[in-house]
Design a protein around this ligand. Structure first.
Ligand code: NDP
Length: 261
């Protein structure tokens, strides 16, 4: 990952799946970040065991209690991260945490729609607001005028399922609440990219591929999704190492290909 040098990164939903994959890959970099903030909503729970084991071996992993559907939790996390960073800023915010409710249009409910939107769309919006001062600080502290992930960036983990133009894998799952939340997340990413550009912050939205995680497996039943977490994360990190202001506001997949809106 020659072109990606981040001093600090925060990944939400870092205790399993793609989020944990990011933490593992950041650790393996030739120049690992000095601070890897691993957001986790239940740090003491069973599902955080692997992350806890990793953190006990690597002092640059800081587990941050973070429930992205709770504004107070987001504020508290921003304060904790700011404290740890001392006077320096946060280079990279990866809004990865997400949920899906496997439902067809016929049995979709208001509760699902609201819960999924709150987590997948409102969460990243509030995260952007809360961490903006730290991201700005990182941008101000980096040399050069262009945008890059090494300087300051927000990466929103979306999904091809949010594409309106190309109704990806409709036959496998209608997941209406999920599709709507990710289409809205794509719009949010575009808005963030326009609003935060002047602060030196690059914002994009990602489709990680169809990945072997709890969420990825749920959609397919007995079939195995085509991508491993390692392949997906490695691909995304390669993309992150090469993008600049040209890609601000783009919807890209794990190989760097543009995904239709
Ligand atoms: P997983 O279901 O494997 O993991 C989801 C992660 O998000 C967990 O760490 C979970 O924590 C966390 N999380 C969920 N809700 C919240 C919340 N309210 N607050 C804080 N953390 C939360 O999913 P993936 O790793 O597969 O997905 C990661 C991202 O990638 C998601 O945004 C997903 O939509 C997207 N994506 C995934 C695809 C795939 O094929 N896997 C395809 C396209 C997009 P906990 O353990 O506490 O539940």
């Amino acid at each position: 990952m020659a072109g990606l040098h981040v001093r600090s990164v925060l990944v939400t939903g870092a205790n399993r799946g793609i989020g944990l994959g990011f933490v593992q890959h950041f650790l393996r970099m030739p120049n690992p970040p000095q601070w890897i903030f691993a957001g986790c909503r239940d740090p003491k729970g069973q599902r955080a065991q692997e992350l806890q084991n990793l953190a006990s071996k690597h002092p640059n992993i800081i587990i941050i209690p973070l429930e992205v559907s709770d504004p107070a939790s987001i504020k508290a996390a921003a304060a904790k991260v700011g404290e740890r960073l001392g006077g320096s800023g946060l280079n990279l915010l990866i809004n990865n945490a997400g949920i899906a409710k496997p439902c067809s249009l016929d049995n979709e409910t208001p509760e699902n729609m609201i819960q999924v939107y709150t987590t997948n769309t409102v969460g990243p919006m509030l995260m952007g607001q809360a961490f903006l001062p730290l991201l700005k600080k990182a941008a101000q502290g980096s040399p050069g005028s262009g945008l890059s992930c090494s300087k300051a960036a927000i990466i929103n983990m979306s999904s091809y399922a949010g594409s309106i133009e190309d109704m990806y894998v409709w036959e496998f799952g209608q997941v209406v609440s999920y599709r709507c939340s990710k289409a809205a997340l794509n719009m949010l990413s575009k808005c963030q990219s326009l609003a935060y550009k002047e602060h030196g912050i690059l914002c994009i939205t990602f489709h990680p591929g169809w990945v072997q995680t709890d969420m990825g497996d749920e959609q397919l039943g007995i079939l195995l999704p085509p991508l491993t977490v390692d392949d997906s994360v490695q691909g995304m990190l390669k993309v992150l190492s090469s993008i600049s202001e040209k890609e601000a506001g783009a919807f890209l997949d794990w190989e760097g290909k543009v995904v239709p809106w």
